[in-house]
Unconditional design. Sequence first.
Length: 389
Amino acid sequence: MSPHILTRSLDRGATAFVLIVAAIGVLIPLSNLLLPQGSMFQVPTYLVALWGKYVCYAILALSIDLIWGYCGILSLGHGAFFALGGYAMGMYLMRQIGSRGVYGNPVLPDFMVFLNWDRLPWYWYGFDKFYFAALMVVLVPGLLAFCFGWLAFRSRVTGVYLSIITQAMTYALLLGFFRNDFGFGGNNGLTDFKDILGFNVQADGTRCALFLLSCLALLIAFVICRAVVTSKLGKVLIAVRDAESRTRFLGYRVESYKLFVFTLSACMAGVAGALYVPQVGIINPSEFAPGNSIEAVIWVAVGGRGTLVGAALGAVVVNYAKTFFTSGPLAPYWLFMLGALFILVTLLLPKGIVGTFSSWRETRRSAGIAADEASAAREDGISAPKMAE
């Protein structure tokens, strides 16, 4: 992917988004580390971690918008790839605890000692090394998406049936990870992390670094998505979304295109989950809950399907609203409010926030161009043709 392709894929709106995210990724950590506590411009550490979580959700929303907004694949199980990336990072963080755990075992995590395990399971080997864990963050979700997509797309499963089986996939993983004998901590999951690459995960500097890395990952994911959707590949994906049978009739191997973008999307979701875990301090099977995947789809719908910028914006807006409303008397009604929001957006703003704004701006621009052309015609003495009598 040449630099020319990357720069060509960034229009004015995309460039503005990149600059805003880059500025936020730099200014918030600097505000936290350099300004004294109590200053009105100082961002507290807990807010750095909270906004870091929002940025990870924005990456997840981008991955969903890539397949849903541009290829028509509505996945209701993308939370599974997010959680698998999180578990891969969590396994590395658990191996870094060593003898500082409650039971002081230098090899086995505390939950394995508690369950009387005498050896480390084979699939935990290698997670004491960061590069291996980073590879698994991308490889495990990508491999699952490739195998799942190859079977589903080869069988030409589409529409609501594909959505249902993606939801069944994440629910099956939820049940599996809840079992203690699987070696992933059961319903308690993985927690009590100490270090990442030798740095204390609770330290202010580490949290700021994780926030900066999350913003950088968001920018990279956004640029990759823009490069895909503005290329010839993106045109084929849109054709698959709008008329899959006709695209197949023209000679395109639709299954290959769908499989590629689905696997790429899963890898992005895995990276989002890996950055999410050290910032929130825990990963457990509840991340596999189908409701989480459905909620992520709502983020994309609210922000604007098929806009990329809208997907990221929707993730931040909806999760900020969730944080605000679930901390007060309206907490028991949050799910009802979320459902009502989805219904209202579907009925009143079917293109989402960014999509509706873009349509309004294009309408204004077209009206302005038409008015300018009419004014120029009048100045040149050209009048509208008269109807024949």
